[in-house]
Design a protein around this ligand. Sequence first.
Ligand code: PLP
Length: 405
Amino acid sequence: MTVDETIGGAGMGRPGDDGRFGDFGGRFMPEALVPACLELEEAFAQAWGDPGFRAELDDLLRDYAGRPSPLTEARNLSERLGVRVLLKRDELNHTGSHKINNVLGQALLTRRMGKRRLVAETGAGQHGVATATAAALFGFDCIVYMGEVDVERQALNVFRMNLLGAEVRPVASGSRTLKDAINEALRDWVSSVETTHYCLGSVMGPHPYPWMVRELQRVIGDEARAQTAELLDGGIPDVVVACVGGGSNAAGIFAGFVDTDARLVGVQPEGGAAIGRGLPGVVHGSKSLLLQDEHGQVNEAHSVSAGLDYPGVGPEHAHLAVAGRAEYPTVADGAVLEAFQLLSRTEGIIPALEPAHAVAWVMREAGRGIPSGSTVLVNLCGRGDKDAVEVMRLLKGDPGTGAGG
Ligand SMILES: *Cc1c(COP(=O)(O)O)cnc(C)c1O
């Protein structure tokens, strides 16, 4: 693999040794973890260039996760909106979202590095469940750090992780949510790095994570590129849309189209618009844009979907925004709930609240920002079963737990 030589690295290639995407990214870590990051970078670079590793991962993705995921033409929704909507069905993967793509790759890498213990952070619990799943499959010990607040509101996912053999450790520091869980997972990794891999859940953290996780999610974009080429007689969609929390599913599908003329759109929740309302800052090992007050204190994000409740965003997205290659609009919670219901009713597909953000943006912009007749590819990165109870509560007007996903 050669280092990305396109303008500032906006071609979604390999970042330089410093792990920078333009002004963003890098490796801002305690001294004790720098060797672990270097070891991981070296191990991943070697593995990713090794056809044996790639073949083993491809087999796992096919036989265990259920890839390739289909591309579905959403005929009813298209007719209603006046644009041609294509859905990349990553919600059909084992465990219900794109997260399995990343954890299977990192689990395989963990074994290759001779380690047999995984630590992970989780907010809504989805990445924790995916990591616990991979740990069960590979026979690894698995510790999942989760803020106390999240442990309470995501009791079902805590039970799932326990069923899968993982230990969930509640984190009582700070706001007792995702960002505190990440800090705790990093602390564990510092003291256990000989035996342990930190299985990070999105395109965040210190180099090599943003690059590695994007590469492991690239399968979404590569498949979608081939599938749309076949459907569109060699053409490409006009617009590629995905939701953005940390940004891994968006990075995965963007990577398949960044070298084309397709418009790349990452949809953020109104209460978590790190791109637009965030400022440059360093958090969790890399420089990116994040929601913070005038003293640099990180602000909480708020969204109807717990999976997008993160005050930062992956550094490569900050760079793609600044470079003008991708755009990052926001949608309001109410529009997301409407999209959740509309896709269910028109196509018989109940989306997760996260990709419902992408659908909501298409609903709003069809015939406006998206010219009528355009072809729009939406990454349907997760299924809505996990959100059904919460949406039921919200539609009844019950304030509920505020748990989102
Ligand atoms: C975790 C999750 C997200 C947010 O993560 P990204 O890294 O932004 O993809 C989005 N959608 C679903 C279904 C998720 O489970």
